[in-house]
Design a protein around this ligand. Structure first.
Ligand code: AP5
Length: 223
């Protein structure tokens, strides 16, 4: 079991910094970020059957059905790059998804390496999410206040100039997403604590501080 590739879970409400931190960990440790939100948005953009079913649910700030999410995740988990180790960003989000992940890993002789809960204040998350935008070319994330590109309107990473905002990033929808998080996802913190794999991180500080705390945890398990 010691030789298995790391399987890391990032838990936290909308705006906690899961995507921001997962991308940094991907670069620093050579792991693969698996974001079910990104996979679902790609399905919506491609107009697949799953994407058509998910679109209105996502725009309302509710959770997409386990059936759709698990089908999309399993398709992604069989890609060869996943063998390097994964950071699960936004998955699992329900008891059913957590049980399905356990079964999927067990069938491959694997287990969860670490789960990290990014702990934040709800009200601050409304501002974080509604100020967010990203590069339409490479996906690098920015924020009106907290993380601006060096040159306004130009991506630091790829030089792209087409910035975009998500349809579900209105203050009203963020509040619905926070409700869904507390009702259906927050109970998973106790679930992973019970398994002995959970670490809690204060994610209200600057991005770099949260990154240092996470890198310490991942460095220990991904070494
Ligand atoms: P998803 O895409 O997963 O969105 P989310 O969980 O709501 O999380 P966000 O992407 O909004 O926030 P984040 O924690 O990644 O924060 P970020 O790093 O961007 O899901 C969207 C929808 O898809 C769901 O509502 C649901 O409908 C569906 N879905 C997805 N997965 C599902 C699943 N498993 N089951 C069912 N449905 C599912 O940071 C936010 C902003 O803050 C950025 O601008 C960033 O620069 C800034 N920031 C980050 N950290 C800091 C910091 N420390 N200080 C200041 N600013 C910061």
């Amino acid at each position: 079991m010691a030789s298995q590739a790391p399987v890391l879970i990032l838990l936290g409400p909308p705006g906690a910094g899961k995507g921001t931190q997962a991308r940094m960990l991907e670069e620093a440790f050579g792991l693969v970020q698996l974001s079910t939100g990104d996979l679902l948005r790609a399905a919506v953009a491609a107009g697949t059957e799953a994407g058509r079913a998910a679109r209105a649910v996502m725009e309302a700030g509710q959770l997409v059905s386990d059936e759709i999410v698990l089908a999309i995740l399993k398709d992604r988990m069989v890609q060869p790059d996943v063998a390097r180790g994964v950071i699960l960003d936004g998955f699992p989000r329900t008891d059913g998804q957590a049980a399905a992940l356990d079964a999927l890993l067990a069938s491959a002789g694997q287990r969860i390496t670490a789960a990290v809960s990014l702990e934040v204040d709800d009200e601050a998350m409304v501002g974080r999410v509604s100020g967010r935008y990203s590069c339409g070319t490479c996906g690098e994330g920015y924020h009106d206040q907290f993380k601006q590109p060096a040159q306004a309107g130009t991506c630091d990473k790829c030089g792209g100039t087409a910035m975009k905002r998500r349809a579900d990033d209105t203050a009203e929808t963020v509040r619905e997403r926070l409700k869904a998080y507390h009702a259906q996802t927050a109970p998973l913190i106790a679930y992973y604590d019970g398994k002995g794999v959970l670490t809690r991180i204060d994610a209200m500080g600057p991005i770099a501080e949260v990154q240092d705390a996470l890198a310490g945890i991942v460095g220990r398990v991904a070494a």
